[in-house]
Ligand binder design. Structure first.
Ligand code: NAD
Ligand code: MG
Length: 397
């Protein structure tokens, strides 16, 4: 692991301008900022103003925009600062490969896979927010981290909770993983009512403030579907050992059930900075300025079984795990394509799961991946199939 001047820790944040990215910079600032950390690289996409502000404030060595067309704007905004600038896919890889011992993987979607992989291969510790890496590339991604020699530390709140609740020498005694789900804004809605919602309605999460993709994914429970597959790969459990329970208050972030009947849970206020801080200083727990739970005010915690009729995404995750191979990559890419079509107003809310299912069925005989290139090829094929299904739906409407 690289260590900076005066033993400062060298870190990079891929996706620094997003919800996880800005929370990460807040945690870094809380833990001493430039006195304790050297920022090797920051990446964003179209919010150049924020990226420039972050790069200047942290004294980052390199700032990258994923959008090639914005290279000139970024370059002129950082002229004279000594901060290097790059753009596009190659720029993202350059950021990931820059010498930093800890990398926050917080790009949204499959776009995060190649850069996160580049950081893993050179042996950085990966703080993983980008669950799509595990859903698409699964064991191949985990193997790449192991081969690089770095650690894989979950940031997703559920997986951080499980990571914290797992007793290292008792892995053989784990009976089940219980993922909690808030149920999203449509927890009590009928399918008929959900059919007509717009992206603006679907993005309003009751408990968490997050990026657009994951907020919509929480409303459809597609995010939980991704998290089931994420858990399978992170904790090496059988799909039958993964349960989902709806817990509307989002206070219990997830649990591990052991063979003696014990259930160990991690609780906290819904604030991603706790999981980010834990990933940054693991195995230490940092002093963080986040809200503390007030149990008397909380009064109660509720639980209910998820409804797979109204939220078919959960069923799709089980199908993808049963089928194995590249079905995770296919499900993820199809849903990402459908998500963009929903946000653009081209399809309805319930169409997203239908499209993912149709594409999974169409590509069911795709052979297993022998390498990362197969994952990228399956991702592309699924996007093309999804575009096809979306076009057909539009025509029929
Ligand atoms: P966001 O939309 O707020 O931010 C995404 C980041 O990725 C931004 O920096 C954006 O510039 C960058 N980006 C977008 N498109 C890109 C592209 N094509 N190429 C490169 N960079 C691109 O998203 P977020 O909510 O911060 O989520 C980031 C990741 O973390 C997702 O995988 C999400 O599932 C996961 N996650 C988020 C939360 C949360 O609370 N927000 C919780 C758990 C997991
Ligand atoms: Mg989560």
């Amino acid at each position: 692991m690289a260590s900076g001047a005066g033993n400062k820790r060298r870190i990079s944040i891929l996706g620094s301008t997003g919800s996880i990215g800005t929370n990460t910079l807040d945690v870094v600032a809380q833990l001493g900022g430039r006195d304790r950390f050297e920022v090797a690289a920051l990446t964003g996409s179209n919010n150049i103003t924020l990226l420039v502000q972050q790069a200047k404030a942290t004294g980052a060595e390199l700032a990258v925009t994923a959008d090639d067309a914005l290279y000139g704007e970024l370059k002129s905004a950082l002229a004279g600062t000594g901060i290097a600038v790059a753009a596009g896919r190659s720029g993202l890889i350059e950021a990931a490969e820059r010498d930093a011992g800890w990398v926050m993987a917080a790009i949204v979607g499959t776009a995060g896979l190649a850069p996160t992989l580049a950081a893993a291969r050179r042996g950085a510790d990966i703080a993983l927010a980008n669950k799509e890496c595990l859903v698409s590339a699964g064991d191949l991604f985990v193997s790449a981290v192991h081969a690089g020699g770095g650690r894989l530390i979950p940031v997703d709140s559920e997986h951080s909770a499980i990571f914290q609740s797992l007793e290292d020498d008792q892995r053989h005694a784990v009976e089940r993983i219980v993922l909690t789900a808030s149920g999203g804004p449509f927890r009590t809605w009928t399918r008929e009512r959900m059919a007509g919602v717009t992206a603006d309605i679907a993005r309003a999460h009751p408990n968490w403030s997050m990026g657009l993709k994951i907020s919509i994914g929480s409303a459809s429970m597609f995010n939980k579907a991704l998290e089931m597959i994420e858990a399978k790969h992170l904790f090496d459990v059988h799909p039958d050992q993964i349960e989902v329970v709806v817990h509307p208050q989002s206070i219990i972030h997830s649990m591990v059930g052991y063979r003696d009947g014990s259930v160990i849970a991690q609780l906290g206020c819904p604030d991603m900075r706790t999981a980010i801080g834990y990933a940054l200083t693991y195995p230490d727990r940092p002093l963080l300025n986040v809200d503390r739970l007030d149990f008397a005010k909380l009064a109660r915690l509720d639980f209910e079984a998820p409804d797979e009729e109204r939220f078919p995404a959960l069923r799709l995750a089980r199908t993808a795990m049963q089928r194995g191979g590249l079905q995770g990559a296919i499900m993820n890419a199809a849903e990402e394509t459908a998500f963009h079509a929903f946000v653009d107003g081209r399809i309805g809310f319930l169409d997203m799961a239908d499209i993912a299912e149709a594409v999974m069925d169409r590509l069911v005989s795709t052979p297993a991946a022998s390498g990362m290139e197969d994952v990228f090829a399956a991702d592309e094929a699924a996007r093309a199939e999804a575009a096809d299904v979306i076009a057909a739906k539009e025509k029929a409407a």
